[in-house]
Design a protein around this ligand. Sequence first.
Ligand code: LLP
Length: 420
Amino acid sequence: MDHFIYKDGELCAEGVALSKIAREVGTPFYVYSQATLERHYQVFADAVKDIEATICFAVKANSNISVLRVLADQGAGADVVSVGELKRAIKAGVPAQKVVFSGVGKSRSDLVYAVKAGIRQINVESEEELVVLNEVAQELGARMPIVLRVNPDVDAKTHEKISTGKSDNKFGIDWKRAVEVYQRASNMAGIDAKGLACHIGSQLTDLEPFRAAFRRMKEMVLELRGLGLDVSRVDLGGGLGIPYDEGATPLPVEYGKLVVEELGGLDVEFEFEPGRMIAGNAGLLVSEVLYVKQGPEKTFVVIDAAMNDLMRPSLYGAYHAIVPVLQPEVDNEQMTYDVVGPICETGDTFAKGRVLPKLAPHDLVAFRTAGAYGSSMSSTYNSRDLVPEVMVKGNDYAVIRKRVDIEALMELENLADWQG
Ligand code: LLP
């Protein structure tokens, strides 16, 4: 459930009409609903309330500091994958002790920064990283809490580009070697081995792959304990899918039940790293129709948002519902459109053959479910602006990232000194 609904014939974010924001900040823009972010966080927290858990929001899904603050105020920690994300989380008020640092390619300087920042744990993804971290921690006189990210070799049955738990994916330590590596970690002076982690992919619409991964995790925890090693934490990653269309997705409460069923008796603290489930339906991308262009075979709706603003359709063939901001009449005329952006490549297509109410230039449209992996993946390709982001709370709204325009971007560049 979200708080983007039609009121008085117009799509609103909570109590604010999107057309009003459009007039003030210009299109395209992202808009988030604070109440929706809070609600989704609480739904997840409720789903895992029967176990000891830290919910570390996956910052990559939406890294705006104001979004992170909303979640921090709800009690969220953060799952970060770069020093940049770590700095954002800290700036937003997430306590360092609730931050976990994942990622397959942390550099030595990333590790130094994380150890100094006193974060909760580093999720180590290879034996090679473990060795470097051990050196770094000892140099800094620290004993760094870690979990080993295990690759459980489970097919998440999601899009291949966001599947991470198969043995041919780059992530984690092969489950067959993980026990040996954990033993090694437990003997390292700079390392405080706390437990295991896994994350098998994103946008999972079936719980069974989670079950398979959780079983593997349990076997490994028991094996480690059988060897006399301490295991007090299990990080189960993120990945819960959300509805982008009419298709059913598992409810967080069912996911929570599954965790209790498979791992409940394990006497560990859990960490979860949900991203999409919390932010996805809490954001829209709002854009204006520039032209309705009649081609020989198709009608194109050319809008002012493009693949640089929302990459998911062009990168993954992802579906985003597109709705008009002015509520269509019940008996509106339906048209079949290709919805495209202004960027100079055919991949800049949001939807093909989409049936929509008839659109005209200057109409506003909104992409639903754009709060996760929308703005955080945007770029300035074709020298386009980074679009503004707006937070709505009740009848109030605030620009939480101003438009980064071409003047600001060009400020970062200069001619080489031999170019005069
Ligand atoms: N933890 C780790 C270690 C991850 O790699 C990810 C996502 C998450 C947590 C959060 O997963 P979530 O709960 O959001 O599914 N750009 C893609 C999604 C990439 C996900 C990468 N990792 C998309 O737009 O679909």
